[in-house]
Design a protein around this ligand. Structure first.
Ligand code: GLC
Length: 513
């Protein structure tokens, strides 16, 4: 089980309202008690923070807001001592406009760094029209004009110029960055926007029947084969995990071929509705695709980019997609929480690796009441949705904000109702989300979790076995259901109704026949 730490919002030790490495080190015990196998650390490098650190100015250092490289090295060591592996986040598609390469490229048209990016003349008589009409990943345009009249490409914000992956220096630089972190003991790399790196140099428009000019170009696989060689040169225990948003599951699986990435996030599962038929299809699709390439599946419910699933599952439309903005639609948090508890048991017993986004283990919901003037996410203003609602600092202790996160004002406001969701309030309460996660993760460690097979318990029930003696049953119907015979309950996501399983509730069973 891999736990995503979003460093700005985990714990603040220096009292400036923003989380930091010292805070993570001070609260490492929480992750040890939870039983995490690895931490994925969202970017902590020096950055102007135009996109919360996904605009990196120097991949070989730490932003002063988070601490120092020495502290990062100490955290890696302490995590290892606690039996926790460390995964860092590398952002290869683009860098910060404050990175020395981009500054050099802007300063001199003849600089070699110019070719590390996508500088192009504009269209139209005066060159004042953008080279293409490509739409950005956050919405909006993808080109910005510079002082000398040329334009540069940025699939995200203008502060995140895209790198030219056809250039050997770019490739060499990133391989060297991988080594830099592997040399510091890091066990894995999360690869940001992994499918976007290559662009069609002819810059064609995006047309329905033509190959996409920047999504999933075949050449990208050569990049990851080279990265795999770097990872393997460290003895075979360093992992590469891709952020690959891809509707076609076969194309997705191509990234997981034996000489490429070890794993990739399962956004199909994350975006899937709370619906037994769709969920079952998604699980089948996932397992089939991974089997074909011999890679482990992943199960992801939330991350720093998407609406927290307690909120999603409490809405009428329980899907997630950036193109379907559901902000402000009615939410039943009690229902969402019940389903999130069931989803925890589901995602922790399917075959493969489970990812947990910080706060998920506390049952946090999306803060939909942040005043827009406090939004920091560049997606706000481009897509009319802010990802800040899922990035709110964690509540640790006490009855009032900032709930032990900081001694100052947190960088984003926490809901007052989180007083019941602090680590302190939930610890020792057998009905809390936190204790459910702790029990499930502890049990998962002792289970052998053999072969997966579906168990047929009715159309609206998701049930499966792992080997002969373990089963997970999730009741997605509107009424209580009978549990199978010859079993005892190992763990339940909520109270049972006599010996029946209520709606939106999951159990882990020991099968004895
Ligand atoms: C990824 C990150 C997201 C970031 C974007 C640009 O999708 O998860 O937070 O904004 O890439 O780097």
């Amino acid at each position: 089980m891999i736990y995503q730490v979003y460093p700005r919002s985990y714990a603040d030790a220096n009292g400036d309202g923003v989380g930091d490495i010292a805070g993570i080190r001070a609260q490492l015990g929480h992750l040890r008690d939870l039983g995490v196998d690895a931490i994925w650390m969202s970017p902590w490098y020096p950055s102007p923070m135009a996109d919360a650190g996904y605009d990196v100015a120097d991949f070989r250092d730490i932003d002063p807001a988070f601490g120092t490289l020495t502290e990062a090295e100490a955290l890696i060591e302490e995590a290892h001592a606690a039996g926790i592996r460390m995964i860092v986040d590398i952002v290869p598609n683009h860098i910060s406009s404050e990175h020395p390469w981009f500054k050099a490229a802007l300063a001199d048209e003849k600089a070699k760094e110019r070719d590390y990016f996508w500088f192009r003349p504009g269209r139209g008589e005066n060159g004042d029209e953008m080279p293409t009409d490509w739409r950005g990943e956050f919405g909006g345009t993808t080109w910005t004009r510079t002082g000398d009249g040329s334009w540069y490409l940025h699939l995200f914000t203008p502060e995140q110029p895209d790198l030219n992956w056809d250039h050997p220096d770019v490739r060499a630089e990133f391989e060297s960055i991988l080594r830099f972190w592997f040399d510091r003991g890091v066990d894995g790399i999360r690869i940001d926007s992994a499918a976007l790196l290559l662009k069609d140099p002819q810059l064609p428009e995006v047309l329905e029947d033509n190959p996409h000019p920047f999504h999933d170009l075949d050449g990208v696989h050569e990049v990851y084969r080279a990265w795999r060689r770097v990872a393997d040169s460290y003895g075979g225990n360093r992992a590469l995990i891709g952020e690959v948003w891809m509707p076609e599951v076969e194309r997705f699986a191509n990234y997981l071929r034996p000489d490429e990435l070890h794993a990739a996030f399962n956004f199909d599962f994350l975006g899937c509705a709370w619906d037994p038929r769709l969920m079952r299809e998604c699980v089948d699709r996932t397992l089939d695709a991974h089997k074909a390439v011999g890679a482990p599946a992943t199960w992801v419910l939330s991350n720093h980019d998407v609406t927290r699933h307690v909120t999603r599952y409490g809405r009428e439309d329980t899907t997630f997609s950036f193109d379907n903005n559901l902000d402000g639609t009615p939410v039943d948090l009690e229902l969402g929480t019940r389903r999130a508890r069931a989803a925890a048991l589901l995602s922790l017993s399917l075959p493969g690796a489970t990812y947990i986004y910080q706060g998920e283990e506390l049952g946090l919901w999306e803060n939909e009441n942040i005043p827009p003037e406090q939004f920091q996410d560049p997606m706000w203003g481009r897509r009319g949705h802010s990802r800040d609602g899922c990035r709110v600092p964690l509540p640790w202790t006490g009855d009032e904000a900032p709930f032990g996160f900081t001694t100052a004002t947190p960088w984003l406001p926490q809901p007052a109702e989180w007083k019941d969701r602090t680590v302190q309030a939930q610890t020792g309460d057998p009905n809390s989300m936190l204790e459910l996660y702790r029990s499930a993760i502890a049990l998962r460690r002792t289970e052998s979790f053999a072969d997966f097979s579906w168990l047929e318990l009715g159309r609206d029930v998701l049930a499966f076995c792992r080997g002969q003696d373990f089963a997970c049953v999730v009741n997605m119907s509107g009424a209580p259901i009978a549990l199978p015979a010859n079993q005892s309950v190992l763990l339940a996501s909520g109270p049972l109704d006599g010996d029946r399983l209520p709606p939106d509730t999951a159990v882990w069973l020991r099968m004895t026949s």
